[in-house]
Design a protein around this ligand. Structure first.
Ligand code: M6R
Length: 609
């Protein structure tokens, strides 16, 4: 899950490549590098750290050239340092790679025996050497790449240049994203359309096992057996503005505040006062959903938490049995799939390796069909699903998911309503749920007004090392999501529990140094939650409660704080009560001075296993 960008142009490409890499940093930021081919000579610059470190090295010693490749890395094989940074050069070949080559060790040994000398710990350098070796026998770069990828096991997206073939870049993909950007008199490769938005909106999405050759004049795609292939050209709707940070201090803050608008986009043209509109899941969607007798949801991280909320919704309102599982577990075990089960993959990026592999695996297991809930059109998950419901959240740049989560919930709420109606939910209740969902964007807007109070609260966390999050029912996944947000951007160790579980172990952790954060919607479980909070209080724990305005919680009896928020109704309250938890994590991280948008060791899109 690194980022790749490449160009074949008349103008100097290094500044374009650097701009493209900056848009791809969400995929990894352990090191960055670029190489440019000019008059048969390759100039390269690499640096540990973010793209800006490499950029300042480049600016201190810039070089011209119209053909180039560039890379931002999320380390897999080998520590993040300059030697392991891409591009890697061996013989005539310079190469960047995203993915993991599983059979690199035996290949490396064979190549070493033939005299190749490696200077990094990466699997990528092995690929470069193999291509160089395959150039012998009169093969050109494209043929050498084709011959090489046939021998590779694992996942890759690559861009390669040869010092012997000026003006040409060859790319290839299997299991990792790569697309072609078509310009005027110049052409590009990138890991996604965002990387190329500065130069073109005309995109060709490559398929697995495609090999592509780009020059200034055009792009030619080949299948693995070397035959020319045709892939359609798409107009990407991304605009350069959509990926600007604007007045906000961080992308995460911008994305938190975009949520009312983003959720409105998810709902737009899909629901009216009468309920969910027909045919919102794509061609044949309503017919397929009419046969659903159960649901399996598979996802990772934040998307998994969205799936957990949906389990409560679908079981409560549609009375359908639901299993939710993290994709990395699902893909490697045998599940029981009762007849009529729908498989749902939830993914912001649509490129998460485990989710994609789980979806592919599900094909073998006899589901009724697959539905993708995804933010990125033309992503692998979207393209491979039978049905899709795009979340329309717009690009999410901050590594910590915020608007991706709430828009996934909005999409899952639409699905819940569709299935609930079909399963015979009482009409009055259906109308009530519909009204709540239609009010969601406005309710989220109100919830965001809590920011000043959350900022004050954040001060209390600056020197903390641990935190506990509690919730019950569909607010337990909200607590999980809150704890994930806090740990990933503030590096404070946080755990979440269903509040009723506290007394079965975690209560032992509670003392005056352990803040306990609870989400308290108004509803039948409120009294139960209050008893759980008493257990914390009795142990001297500091309680921070985000409570629905209608929920009777005595603020004075609490060492800590109770913040009131209009949760908007029992259906949408998990979405609304997520907002203060996102704000809390964000402001704690800001106060602790961490790298909020690009927290250590993580990447936005996890395209490796
Ligand atoms: O793109 P996906 O939704 O498939 O990504 C899955 C997880 O990697 C992701 O949700 C991750 O947990 C969040 N970025 C954390 O905030």
């Amino acid at each position: 899950m690194c980022g790749i960008v490449a160009a074949a142009a008349q103008r100097d490409v290094a500044p374009l490549l650097i701009a493209g890499l900056k848009a791809l940093e969400y995929r990894g930021y352990d090191s960055a590098g670029l190489a440019v081919l000019e008059g048969g000579e390759v100039h390269r610059v690499r640096a540990k750290g973010k793209v800006r470190e490499m950029e300042s090295l480049y600016l201190s010693n810039p070089f011209p050239g119209g053909t180039g490749i560039a890379h931002t890395r999320w380390a897999t094989h080998g520590v993040p340092n300059e030697a392991n940074a891409h591009p890697h050069m061996i013989g005539r070949i310079t190469l960047v790679h995203n993915g993991i080559i599983e059979n690199y060790a035996p290949l490396r040994a064979q190549l070493q025996a033939k005299g190749y000398h490696f200077t990094s710990e990466t699997d990528t350098e092995v690929m470069a050497a193999l291509i160089d070796q395959n150039l012998s026998g009169g093969r050109g770069l494209r043929e050498a790449v084709l011959a090489t990828v046939r021998d590779l096991e694992g996942a890759y997206a690559i861009a390669v240049i040869s010092s012997e073939e000026p003006g040409r870049v060859v790319g290839a993909r299997r299991g990792a994203p790569l697309l072609v950007g078509l310009g005027i008199g110049e052409n590009f490769l990138g890991s996604d359309a965002q990387a190329l938005v500065q130069v073109t909106n005309r995109i060709i999405y490559l398929e697995d096992d495609d090999v592509v050759e780009i020059t200034r004049e055009g792009a030619q795609i080949y299948t693995l057996d070397g035959k020319p292939a045709h892939r359609g050209v798409h107009e990407s709707e991304l605009s350069a503005d959509a990926v600007e940070r604007g007045e906000y201090r961080h992308y995460m803050q911008k994305e938190i505040f975009e949520q009312p608008h983003a959720v409105a986009n998810t709902l737009e043209t899909r629901i009216s006062a009468a309920g969910v509109l027909p045919n919102i899941f794509g061609a044949g969607g309503d017919e397929l959903l009419a046969k659903v007798k159960g649901v399996h949801i598979v996802a990772c991280g934040t998307s998994y938490h969205a799936g957990m909320v949906a389990k409560y919704w679908l079981e409560d309102y549609a009375r359908l049995p639901v299993n939710v599982e993290v994709a990395s577990e699902y893909r490697y075990r045998e599940t029981v799939v009762p007849p009529g089960t729908l498989f749902i993959a939830i993914s912001q990026s649509g490129e998460t390796a485990d989710t994609l592999a789980a979806m592919r695996e599900s094909r073998r297991r006899g589901y009724l069909g697959t539905l993708a809930i995804c933010n990125v059109p033309e992503s692998s998950v979207t393209r491979e699903a039978d049905l899709k419901l795009m979340t329309h959240a717009g690009p999410e740049i901050g590594v910590a998911s915020t608007k991706a989560f709430t828009t996934q919930l909005a999409a899952l709420a639409l699905l819940t309503l569709h299935l609930a109606k079909q399963q015979g939910l009482d009409e009055e209740r259906y109308r009530d749920l519909t009204e709540q969902l239609l009010r969601l964007p406005r309710t989220l807007e109100e919830a965001l007004k809590l920011e000043p109070q959350v900022i004050e609260l954040a001060e209390r966390f600056v020197h903390r090392h641990h935190a506990l999050f509690l919730g019950r029912g569909e607010h337990y996944p909200v607590a999980l999501e809150g704890s994930l947000k806090l740990k990933e951007i503030s590096y404070i160790h946080a755990e979440a529990y269903p509040a009723g579980e506290l007394k079965h172990g975690p209560l032992a952790l509670v003392d005056e140094d352990m803040p306990v954060i609870a989400v308290a919607p108004n509803g039948p479980l409120l009294d139960k939650l209050k008893s759980n909070l008493q257990e914390v209080r009795a142990r001297g724990g500091e309680l921070i409660v985000f409570a629905d305005t209608n929920a009777h919680i005595d603020g004075n009896a609490t060492r800590g704080a109770v913040l009131r928020i209009d949760a908007g109704g029992d259906f949408i309250s998990p979405v609304v009560l997520t907002i203060p938890l996102q704000l809390l994590a964000y402001h704690v991280a800001v106060l602790r001075g961490t790298d909020v948008d690009q927290p250590r060791n993580l990447a936005k899109s996890v395209t490796v296993e």
